[in-house]
Design a binder for this molecule. Structure first.
Ligand code: SAH
Ligand code: SF4
Ligand code: F3S
Length: 460
C-alpha cells in the first residue's frame, strides 16, 4: 500500500481540505502516514496569502528532493496550486502533480496518473456536484474537535488579498448538509464544532435550504416555529440557532467579516449556551483612510460600535483580530490610529502581519511605499502594545473557573493536559489521560504569554 505524507500550510480551510483528502485517500487504497521517512507520496497543501508562505513552499520541495531518498512523488494542492497551475512545473523542479482548490475530490486520480507514468499532471477543474464533504474521524486532527465548512471562497476583494482569486466566489453549503454533519459528529462524540469559512457571517444558503426550511424536518429537537420567530434575521444567525439546537456541546465559528457582523449574531450567542463566547473580527487597520483603500467595507466607527455591542454581552465574549501594518500609503498617523484601536479593544489575541504585495491583487499596483525597516518597526511596536494590552485583558481570567475541553497531553510537561476554553484560550492543567475528551472546570492560576494555566476544579 502506497504511503502518503500530507503537510498543510495556511488557514483552517486548508486544514479542513486536508482532512477530507486524507479521508478520501484512506478509503481508496492509500495509507496516510505521519512519518515522512516512510512516504512514497508527498502532498503539500499550500498557502499564498503572503509572499513568505510561498517561499516556504519552494524551500520545502527542495528539502524533500534533496533528502537523499528514492524519488518520492510530490503533489502540490491548495492556494499556490490554484494560482500558479502548470507554471509550478517550471518554477519548482520535481513537482509531479498540481491540484487546485476545487479539485480536492480528485487527488487519487492525479496520483494514479503519475504512478502510471504520466508527467506534469494538473487538475484545476471545478468541484463535482456530488462532492463528498464527509471526514472520517480517523483523519481528523482531533477526535473531539471538528471543522465544518459552511461557506467557501470570498467575494469581498479586499485590495491586498489573494483569497478571492485562489478560492473563487462565495458558495454556501445547504443548511441541511451542515446540520447533518453536526448531528453525525455529535453521534461520534465530538464535543466541539468550528463552523468555518473566509467570512462565515456572509453565509447565504441556496434557496430552499435555509436554516428555517430544514431545521424542523431534520431533527425532532429543532423547533421550526422556534426559528420562524427570527424572520428577517440574517441567515447566519439563523444557522447558528439551528446548529445550537442540535445539542452539540460547543460551537465556535471563524472568521467573521466586520461589515456583515450584525447584532443578531450576538443575540444568538446570548441565548444559546453552546454557542461559544469567542469572536474573531479582523479590523486590519485603525485608520479610515487605509480601510477605504483596503476596501474593507467598514469604518473604524462602525467597527467599534460592533465591538462595544459584543463587550456589552453578559457572556463575556473574548475578541481576537487580524491586523496588517505597512499597507501602501500608511503614514505614521494612520499607524497610530491602529495602535489606539488595539489599546481600546483589549483583544485576547491579535495576529499582526506586515503587508506583503500579492501579484494580481489591486493593491499590487499601488506603490509599496512603507520601507521594510518601517514595516518591521511598526510590527514590533504593535506587538508590544498588543502584548501589554493582552496581559491586562487576560488578567480578568485569574481565579476564574473556565470550561476547558481536554484535547491532548501537553507536548512539554508530563501529566499535563492541554485544551481550549469556551473563549478559545489555550489552557494547560495537571490531569490524567482519563480526562481526555471531557469538559473540565479549570480554575486559572497563571497567565502566560499565549496560554493560561490552572488547576482542575471538577469534571462535567
Ligand atoms: N477572511 C479573513 C482573513 C483571511 S486571510 C478576513 O477577511 O479577515 C488572513 C489574514 O491574512 C487577513 O486577515 C490579513 O490580516 C492577512 N493578509 C491577507 N492578505 C495579506 C497581505 N497581502 N499581506 C499581509 N497580510 C495579509
Ligand atoms: Fe481576503 Fe478580504 Fe476575503 Fe478576507 S474578506 S479573505 S481579507 S478578500
Ligand atoms: Fe492561505 Fe488559501 Fe487560506 S491563501 S490563508 S490557505 S484560503
Amino acid at each position: 500500500m502506497k504511503k502518503v505524507y500530507l503537510e498543510t500550510f495556511g488557514c483552517q480551510m486548508n486544514v479542513s481540505d486536508s482532512e477530507r483528502v486524507a479521508t478520501s485517500l484512506a478509503s481508496r487504497g492509500f495509507e496516510i502516514t505521519p512519518n515522512e521517512e516512510l512516504a512514497d507520496i508527498f502532498l503539500l497543501n499550500t498557502c499564498s496569502v503572503r509572499e513568505k508562505a510561498e517561499h516556504k513552499l519552494y524551500a520545502r520541495v527542495g528539502r524533500i528532493r534533496n533528502s537523499g531518498r528514492e524519488k518520492p512523488v510530490i503533489g502540490i494542492m491548495g492556494c499556490v496550486a490554484q494560482l500558479e497551475g502548470e507554471t509550478l512545473f517550471k518554477k519548482i523542479s520535481g513537482v509531479d502533480f498540481v491540484i487546485g482548490t476545487k479539485a480536492v475530490g480528485r487527488v487519487k486520480e492525479a496520483i494514479d496518473r503519475v504512478l502510471d507514468g504520466d508527467r506534469d499532471v494538473a487538475d484545476l477543474g471545478e468541484r463535482e456536484r456530488n462532492y463528498d464533504w464527509s471526514v472520517s474521524d480517523a483523519q481528523r486532527n482531533s477526535p473531539y474537535v471538528a471543522f465544518v465548512p459552511i461557506i467557501e471562497g470570498c467575494n469581498k476583494f479586499c485590495t491586498y488579498c489573494i483569497v478571492p482569486f485562489s478560492r473563487g466566489r462565495e458558495v454556501s453549503l445547504p443548511a441541511s448538509e451542515i446540520i447533518r454533519q453536526v448531528l453525525e459528529l455529535r453521534r461520534q462524540s465530538v464535543k466541539e464544532v468550528h463552523l468555518i469559512g473566509q467570512n462565515v457571517n456572509s453565509y447565504r444558503p441556496p434557496s430552499g435550504s435555509e436554516p428555517s426550511a430544514v431545521a424542523g424536518g431534520l431533527t425532532q429537537s429543532i423547533d421550526n416555529s422556534g426559528l420562524e420567530k427570527f424572520r428577517g434575521a440574517t441567515p447566519f444567525s439563523k444557522l447558528l440557532r439551528a446548529v445550537a439546537a442540535t445539542g452539540i456541546e460547543r460551537i465556535k465559528f471563524n472568521t467573521s467579516f466586520p461589515r456583515d457582523f450584525h447584532a443578531d449574531i450576538v443575540d444568538a450567542i446570548n441565548e444559546n449556551e453552546n454557542l461559544c463566547n469567542w469572536v474573531h473580527l479582523p479590523v486590519q487597520s485603525g485608520s479610515n483612510r487605509i480601510l477605504k483603500t483596503m476596501r474593507r467595507g467598514h469604518t473604524i466607527e462602525s467597527y467599534l460600535k460592533k465591538i462595544d455591542n459584543l463587550k456589552a454581552s453578559k457572556r463575556e465574549i473574548s475578541l481576537t483580530t487580524d491586523i496588517i501594518v505597512g499597507f501602501p500609503g500608511e503614514t505614521v498617523e494612520d499607524f497610530e490610529e491602529t495602535v489606539k484601536v488595539v489599546e481600546y479593544c483589549g483583544y485576547d489575541a491579535a495576529y499582526i502581519f506586515k503587508y506583503s504585495p500579492r501579484p494580481g491583487t489591486p493593491a499590487f499596483k499601488m506603490a509599496d511605499d512603507v520601507t521594510a525597516e518601517e514595516k518591521t518597526e511598526r510590527f514590533q511596536r504593535l506587538e508590544t502594545v498588543q502584548r501589554n494590552s493582552q496581559n491586562k485583558a487576560l488578567r480578568r481570567y485569574l481565579n476564574k473557573t473556565l470550561e476547558v475541553l481536554a484535547e491532548k497531553p501537553s507536548s512539554r510537561v508530563a501529566e499535563q493536559l492541554s485544551g481550549h476554553s469556551t473563549c478559545h484560550k489555550v489552557v494547560n492543567f495537571q490531569g490524567s489521560a482519563a480526562m481526555l475528551g471531557k469538559i473540565v472546570n479549570v480554575k486559572i492560576s497563571e497567565i502566560k504569554a499565549n496560554s493560561l494555566y490552572g488547576e482542575v476544579a471538577g469534571i462535567q
